[in-house]
Design a protein around this ligand. Sequence first.
Ligand code: FPP
Ligand code: MG
Length: 261
Amino acid sequence: MPKQGFFSTVISGIRERYEQSLLQDIKKEPLPKHIAVIMDGNRRYARQLNVTSDEGHLLGKERLEEFLDWAYDIGIKIVTVYAFSTENFRRDSSEIEYLMNLYAKSFDDITKDERIRKNRIRVRLIGKTDLLPGYLREAAKRAEEFTKDFDKYLLNVAIAYGGREEILDAIKNISKEVKKGNLEPEDIDEKLIERYLYTGEIEDPDLIIRTSGEERISNFLLWQSAYSELYFTDVYWPDITKLDLLKAVRDYQKRQRRYGK
Ligand code: FPP
Ligand code: MG
C-alpha cells in the first residue's frame, strides 16, 4: 500500500474524528425517516477529472452504492433518489442509452447483491415507466419481485420521473374512478391523492439533499416535498462523502420543524 503523505494522514485523522463526533450528536436526536436525493453534478465532476461524461455517471453509480450504505447504516429507513427526470430525455441519445443500460445493470446487480438481502432492502422504480426501454422495465421488475417482501429499508429509484406528470397521472386515474362511479368527488382528499402517486402511501421525505450547488427542486417530489427540509451542498455527486451526509442530517436535526405553526 502506498505510504500516505504527512498532511493527508493528518487530514484524514481530523475528518474521522469529526465524523465520529457528528455521529455521536446525531444519535441523540430523531433521525429523518425518509431522505430524498437529487444527485447532480456527474458531468461537471467528469470534466474536472478530464474523463468522459459516461465515466462521471459510472462514478456516480459507485458513489450511490456507498451513500446507501452510509444512510442505512445510520438508520435512515427510506431513501428516494432522482436518477433520471422526464426532462433528461432531451439529452443526447448516446448519453440516454448509456444511462438506461447503467440503470438496467444496477437493477440486475440488486438481485445478486448480498447487502440487499442481508439488510432487507425493498427496491422500487418510480416514474413514467412506459417511457423506458423494455429491457430496463424488465430488469426493474425482476429487482422489485426479488425484494418485494423485504421490509427493513426502502429504496425508491426515480427514473423517467416528473413531479407534475406524477400529479397529472394521479388526477387522470382518480377521474376514471369517478367516471365509473367508484368514487365521489367529495371522497378526494390528501390521503386518496397520495395513494395514486407513484410513491404510494409512504412517509413524505423529511429531508431533500441536492448536490452540485444548484438550488432548485427541478420537478422532484412536488406533492411530497410540501414540508421537507431542503439541504444544498456544492459538492458534485460523485464526490459526496459520508461527512457530507452526516452534516446534512445534523443540519436537519437543528432546524425547528414547524409545519406552519
Ligand atoms: C446528474 O448529473 C446525474 C444524472 C442525470 C444521472 C444520475 C445517475 C447516477 C448518479 C448514476 C447511478 C444511478 C443509479 C440509480 C444506478 P448531470 O448529468 O446533470 O451532471 P451536470 O449537472 O454536471 O451536468
Ligand atoms: Mg445536472
